[in-house]
Design a protein around this ligand. Structure first.
Ligand SMILES: [Zn+2]
Length: 270
């Protein structure tokens, strides 16, 4: 193992690192860390960062949660890989604000559970990086819209976004009258809304369609004046079905956004 690593180190040209975002870190023994990254080129990779806790470690300040790095891993031989080198590309300081941090953590969780290990999904990587940039900068009152927009994009990439405009059963164009069943994710017309059924509000559909039909840059300035919380339950059900996980930060995030939008309305924003 060590011999092979030395041989590699002696090669003159080091391959450039992988563009990566730190998704998870756990302590390993006294001085090391296990780091899970999402990389653009190779999907999710987990590696051991030896001595990352030591005061003189070259990893110091480079492996923060959600940091964007150039990462060099040891070759994949089936066991735990080594994170050999990391250089910082971007530190997203704006995400230290608690509600932004919560939104960003939720996005990272979704990308993490949507990705199998070591399968490249450049579109999911780009969604994560672009999403973090949006969450860092968007006006606080638009965070909910941006989160919903990102969720719709991720669902679309997973092939798990229901048709927002047509009945899942007959293909009829859905206008202001959309329904869903408790047991199926798709939207249906009134004629196909078997009980137990649930009407979807026209406002929720208006917001979801507007987010789905516009670019990420437009989300913070969308002309649709519908609170994100109104539309939030639909993507929640779709995400749970697509990832087979219940995103645990999501309820906390939307409760916080709801409370703070009430705070703005009362003029008592904190
Ligand atoms: Zn129908």
């Amino acid at each position: 193992m060590t011999g092979a690593a030395e041989t590699r180190g002696k090669r003159s040209a080091r391959p450039p690192g992988l563009h990566a975002v730190v998704l998870k870190r756990t302590d390993f023994r006294e001085s090391s860390r296990i780091v899970t990254c999402l990389t653009r080129e190779h999907g999710r990779i987990t590696g051991l960062a030896k001595g990352a806790h030591r005061p003189d470690s070259p990893f110091l300040g480079r492996l923060d949660f959600l940091a964007e790095i150039d990462a060099t891993f040891s070759p994949d031989r089936g066991g735990l890989r080594l994170l050999e080198r990391a250089t910082l590309r971007l530190e997203r300081r704006g995400l230290r604000e608690p509600v932004r941090f919560l939104a960003a953590s939720h996005l990272a969780f979704l990308c993490d559970c949507a990705m199998p290990d070591a399968r490249p999904e450049p579109a999911v990587f780009d969604l994560l990086v672009g999403g973090l940039a949006l969450l860092e900068r968007c006006p606080p009152e638009r965070l909910g819209h941006v989160v919903l927009g990102l969720e719709l994009r991720l669902l679309a990439q997973l092939g798990a976004l229901p048709d927002l405009d047509h009945c899942a059963e007959c293909g009829t164009r859905l206008g202001h009258d959309s329904w869903r069943h408790a047991d199926a994710p798709g939207l249906v017309c009134r004629a196909h809304a078997r009980p137990p059924r649930q009407a979807v509000t026209a406002q929720a559909m208006e917001l979801l369609r507007a987010l789905h039909g516009s670019s990420g840059r437009q989300w913070p300035v969308l002309a649709v004046d519908v609170p994100a919380e109104l539309a939030a339950p639909l993507p929640a059900a779709w995400l749970a079905a697509a990832t087979e996980q219940r995103p645990r930060l999501r309820p906390v995030l939307f409760a916080h956004l709801r409370d703070s939008s009430r705070g703005h309305a009362d003029g008592s924003a904190t």
